[in-house]
Design a protein around this ligand. Structure first.
Ligand code: 5AD
Ligand code: SF4
Length: 485
C-alpha cells in the first residue's frame, strides 16, 4: 500500500533543495506526493528559524494540524529543518501531536524515522550535534547532507535546479541562527558537484544555481590543491546542456578578483550578485560582526562595476537592529541610493534566542519604528528598481521562460497565447505574451515597458535589428557585438 505525503516548505532555497531530497528518499519507499494535507497520511513541515515570524507561522499550522491528528491518529506529523534543530524537544512540548523532529543535517534518516514512528516506537528525533558538543570532525559529519538523492518533481521548474556546494556557515553574524542550525561551513568536493551537475544537465536542467550561505567563500582542499568557486564555475561552464550558472548568497569580503573574472569571461555565468550589506552604518556592522566596513563594501562595488558593467547587484538589509538610531538607519538609506541595487530584501530585526546579539544587546527599537524604516527603504528601493528597469526599454534580453505568469494562471491550452514569465541571466523578471510551447526555452524579448520589479516585453522573431542589444553580461555583450560584425 502506498503512503501519501504532503510536504510544506518555507524559508530559503536550501530548504527547497532539502525537500527535494526528502521527497526522493520517500518515493523510494512507495510514497506518493499529494497537494492537500487532508489526503495525506504523512505531513511534513520543512521549517525556517531565521525570524520569529517564520516560526510563529509554523506553530500556528501545527495548531491547526492537531485536529487532523485527532481525526486520524495514525497520521504522521513531522517537523523538519532549522526550527527542528533549534527547538528540538520544545516542539513536542508545544505541539504534543508531532511524531518526529528532524534537523537539516539528518534528513537522510527521514524514511527510517517515519517508519519507526508509524510502527509505534514513539516520538522520533534526528538531530545534528551542537557546535560545542564534540570533536570538530564529528560535529561536521553530523551536519552533512545527502544531496545526490533528489527528486525533480520538487524543483522550481524541470529546467532549473539548485545545487548545494557548501553546507553551514562559520561567519557567526551576531543576529543569525544559521551557524547553529546548519553547523560548520563545509565545501562539497568538486568531483561530487560536477557529477551532480552532469546528472542535472542530462535531466534537462538549463539553469543551475549553486547554493551556499556564503557561496563565494567556498573552498575545498584536497591533494595539495584548493578549489574555489571560480574554479568550479570554469568546470561547470563546460557541461553541455547547462546554459546558465548562478550562485547565491555572497559574502562581501570574499568577492575576489578570480570570481569576478570568471563571471566576466564565462558565457554561461550570471552577473547577478546577491551580496547582502545588511546596514550602512559601521557601528551597526561592527555590532552585527559582519567583518567589513561600509568603505570595504563600497570598494567591492567599485570593482564589481568596473569588471562587470551591467551586473545586477542585490542586497539584504536588517532595519531596527539593536540600538539603531535614526541617523544610522539613514546611512542604510544612503547606501541603497548610492549602490543602486537591483533589488533588496529588507527585514525587521527579529531577536533570536541563543544568538550573540540576543545575549549582548537589547532589542530596543520599537516595532512601529522598524516597520516605518522597512517601508521607507522598500519605497526607495522600488523607485530605484523602476528607474533602472527603464534603461532596458527598447533593448532585447534573453529570457529563460519559467511558465505562465501569476496573471495567466492555469488557463490556456497548448496553442493559446497567454502571459508568460521568465528571468534574464541577471535574474530580472520579464513578462510577455507567448505560448506554452516556449516554456523551458531561452527566447529573445524586446522590452517595451516596466514596473519596479518587472520588465514587460514581446518576443522578437529575428535576432538582429537596430534595437536588439543584450546588455547584461560582458560575455553576452561580446557575443552580441561579434555577431554583428
Ligand atoms: N532578524 C532579521 N533578519 C535576519 N536575517 C538573518 N537573521 C535575521 C534576524 N535575526 C536576514 C539577513 C540575511 C537574510 C537571509 O535574513 O538579512 O541576509
Ligand atoms: Fe547568517 Fe551571517 Fe552566515 Fe549569512 S553569513 S548565514 S547572515 S551568520
Amino acid at each position: 500500500m502506498p503512503h501519501f505525503l504532503y510536504i510544506k516548505t518555507v524559508g530559503c532555497q536550501m530548504n527547497v533543495l532539502d525537500s527535494e531530497m526528502v521527497v526522493a528518499s520517500l518515493r523510494g519507499r512507495d510514497y506518493e506526493l499529494v497537494d492537500d494535507p487532508r489526503n495525506a497520511d504523512t505531513i511534513l513541515l520543512n521549517t525556517c528559524s531565521v525570524r520569529q515570524h517564520a516560526e510563529d507561522k509554523i506553530y500556528s499550522i501545527l495548531g491547526r494540524l492537531r485536529r487532523y491528528k485527532q481525526k486520524g491518529p495514525r497520521k504522521i506529523i513531522g517537523v523538519l529543518g532549522c526550527m527542528a534543530q533549534k527547538d528540538q524537544q520544545l516542539i513536542f512540548e508545544r505541539a504534543p501531536h508531532v511524531d518526529l523532529v528532524v534537523g537539516p543535517g539528518q534528513l537522510q534518516q527521514i524514511a527510517d524515522l517515519i517508519e519507526k514512528a508509524r510502527s509505534g516506537a514513539g516520538r522520533q528525533m534526528g538531530l545534528s550535534l551542537g557546535r560545542r558538543d564534540g570533536p570538530a570532525r564529528e560535529i561536521r559529519r553530523s551536519h552533512e547532507t545527502f544531496d545526490p538523492l533528489r527528486d525533480s518533481a520538487m524543483r522550481p521548474t524541470p529546467f532549473q535546479a539548485y545545487l548545494r556546494i557548501q553546507i553551514g556557515c562559520d561567519k557567526f553574524c551576531t543576529y543569525c541562527v544559521v551557524p547553529t542550525t546548519r553547523g560548520p561551513e563545509q565545501g562539497r568536493s568538486p568531483e561530487e558537484i560536477v557529477a551532480e551537475a552532469r546528472i542535472l544537465a542530462d535531466q534537462g536542467c538549463k539553469e543551475i544555481t549553486l547554493l551556499g550561505q556564503t557561496v563565494n567563500s567556498y573552498k575545498y582542499a584536497s591533494g595539495g590543491k584548493t578549489t574555489r568557486l571560480a574554479d568550479l564555475l570554469y568546470a561547470l561552464d563546460g557541461i553541455d546542456g547547462v546554459e546558465r550558472l548562478k550562485f547565491v548568497t555572497n559574502y562581501p569580503k570574499d568577492m575576489n578578483a578570480d570570481l569576478l573574472e570568471a563571471a566576466r569571461d564565462l558565457p554561461k555565468c550570471s552577473s547577478y550578485l546577491h551580496v547582502p550589506l545588511q546596514s550602512g552604518s559601521n557601528r551597526i556592522l561592527r555590532h552585527m560582526k559582519r567583518g567589513y566596513t561600509v568603505e570595504d563594501y563600497r570598494e567591492m562595488m567599485c570593482r564589481v562595476r568596473e569588471m562587470l558593467p551591467g551586473a545586477a547587484v542585490s542586497s539584504d538589509f536588517i532595519v531596527g537592529f539593536c540600538g539603531e538610531t535614526e541617523d544610522e538607519f539613514q546611512q542604510s538609506v544612503e547606501m541603497v541610493r548610492e549602490c543602486r541595487f537591483k533589488n533588496s530584501f529588507i527585514f525587521k530585526y527579529s531577536e533570536r534566542p541563543g544568538t550573540k546579539a540576543a545575549d549582548l544587546f537589547p532589542d530596543d527599537v520599537p516595532d512601529d519604528v522598524k516597520r516605518r524604516r522597512n517601508n521607507e527603504l522598500l519605497a526607495l528601493q522600488a523607485a530605484i528598481g523602476e528607474e533602472d528597469n527603464r534603461r532596458f526599454i527598447r533593448s532585447t534580453v534573453e529570457v529563460l521562460v519559467e511558465g505562465p505568469s501569476k496573471k495567466a494562471g492555469k488557463q490556456g491550452s497548448e496553442g493559446d497565447t497567454l502571459q508568460l514569465t521568465g528571468r534574464t541571466i541577471c535574474d530580472r523578471i520579464v513578462v510577455f505574451d507567448g505560448t506554452r510551447r516556449q516554456i523551458g526555452e531561452i527566447v529573445p524579448v524586446t522590452i517595451r515597458d516596466c514596473t519596479a520589479h518587472t520588465l514587460i516585453g514581446e518576443v522578437v522573431a529575428e535576432r538582429d535589428g537596430p534595437d536588439l542589444f543584450s546588455i547584461e553580461t560582458p560575455a553576452l555583450r561580446r557575443q552580441c557585438e561579434e555577431s554583428r560584425l
